[in-house]
Design a protein around this ligand. Structure first.
Ligand SMILES: Nc1ncnc2c1ncn2[C@@H]1O[C@H](COP(=O)(O)OP(=O)(O)OP(=O)(O)O)[C@@H](O)[C@H]1O
Length: 385
């Protein structure tokens, strides 16, 4: 046991079921299949049907999805969409009614009790309300999983010091949770989730109880951990801004089904499903009220201005080029509004511009076609707005 822990300690990238486990656990656990990336998760036709007093609830319907090792994968959807149910199948807190969940290529439904304990040491989890023991200090909360696993005291002390330093909580060892801020409590939760050197971290609405500034600092910490420890992070949230801030991939769930899934830049840049569009609406500004008030469906005369919307979806690295936009119009052009964002180095969002009309729409449209992913005229105004 000591040898296994020592091996893990010396090599922070070494991620096996043995991390913090006992020799018996290490032998019982289903090891990652040869060639399977460490930290990968795959859902294969996963179904979950709960029985309730009101009848069966079909919470997950035919979910098939690959989560690559090392990803920060966000799961989003309206309340009741099935996010928690799906997340909890990964460490088998929920067992699928049908289908398989594979961790590192291994079907986890076949694991016996010992192997399940070992699996859960490879998969850390943090929660919206932190789930700390109020009667234990920061040190006691973080050390507990190692104490339960029977790890020798000296190694527990080393490891707890390591993870507390990783989450920026040195000096808080003797503090009780009641004396910590929400952000500090979540840092304790993260430290506790990392003590066994997991390969996957599940985050269940981890920032929903935090104010915006603290949310950003916790998201920053998660991103840092993902990079430094090469840890796969799978998070559920109802906040699109959380996905935009740290995720590289996103799954949108709608009534237990996959609405769409893929790289965040693509899904956010060009949402196809009505559920995604509805979730994204708060991030997209509609037409500003002062412009909407004067918008007409056709131009009154040659002095009218067309209000153009140019949409950027991140595809092909296309970005707004203001000088080309200006020269394409061949007339005066005014920038009315821009709501552009960068996700993983790709620009997405939109520009609203006013272009003197003068019967020029067809020419301008053909010129704009090369400059943005989607272009359309929203309407016309008779004067400067
Ligand atoms: N133990 C259970 N017994 C019966 N029904 C359940 C159970 N757990 C979840 N459900 C139902 O399954 C569906 C999916 O629930 P789930 O909690 O996975 O959704 P969610 O997207 O995480 O929702 P929220 O954002 O509100 O937490 C819901 O209709 C819910 O009421």
């Amino acid at each position: 046991m000591a040898e296994l822990i020592e091996r893990t300690r010396q090599d922070p990238e070494h991620k096996t079921a043995a991390s913090g486990g006992t020799l018996r656990h290490a032998a019982a656990v289903a090891q990652p299949l040869p060639g399977s990336p460490i930290g990968s998760v795959a859902f294969d036709g996963v179904e979950k049907i709960y029985s309730s007093a009101a009848g069966p609830v079909h919470a997950l319907k035919n979910i098939s999805l690959d989560v690559p090792a090392g990803a920060i994968y966000g799961i989003i959807g309206r309340s009741g969409a099935g996010k928690s149910s799906l997340l909890r199948t990964i460490n088998r807190l929920e067992k699928p009614t049908d289908g398989k969940v594979l961790v590192d290529g291994q079907d986890i439904s076949v694991l016996d009790e010992d192997a399940l304990v070992a699996l859960r040491r490879r998969i850390g989890m943090i929660f919206q309300h932190f789930n700390l023991l109020s009667a234990k200090t920061v040190w006691g909360n973080v050390a507990l999983p190692l104490i339960v696993a029977g790890v020798p005291r000296r190694q527990i002390e080393e490891r707890v010091a390591e993870v507390l330093s990783l989450v920026g909580l040195e000096g808080k060892e003797s503090t009780y949770p009641s004396r910590l801020s929400g952000g500090q409590k979540q840092r304790v939760g993260i430290a506790r989730a990392l003590v066994h050197r997991p390969e996957i971290l599940l985050c269940d609405e981890a920032t929903s109880a935090l104010d915006p500034e603290t949310t950003l600092s916790i998201l920053g910490l998660l991103k840092d951990i993902n990079r430094r420890l090469k840890l796969t992070i799978i998070l559920i949230t109802h906040e699109m801004s959380v996905i935009r801030e740290i995720c590289d991939h996103v799954l949108v769930l709608d009534q237990g089904e996959i609405a769409e899934a893929g790289p965040v830049w693509r899904i956010f840049g060009n949402p196809q499903h009505s559920a995604t569009q509805a979730l994204l609406r708060p991030l997209n500004r509609d037409i500003p009220e002062d412009i909407a008030r004067y918008l007409r469906s056709s131009p009154s005369d040659e002095h009218s201005q067309a209000i153009w919307e140019l949409v950027y979806t991140g595809e092909g690295g296309l970005e707004p080029d203001l000088s080309r936009i200006a020269s394409a119009t061949g007339a005066s052009v005014r920038l009315l509004q821009s709501s552009l964002d960068r996700i993983e180095g790709r620009v997405h969002g939109r520009l609203l511009i006013a272009v003197r009309w003068a019967g020029s729409n067809p020419t301008v449209r053909s010129q704009f076609a090369d400059l943005a992913h989607q272009v359309r005229v929203l309407g016309y105004v008779d004067h400067d707005v």
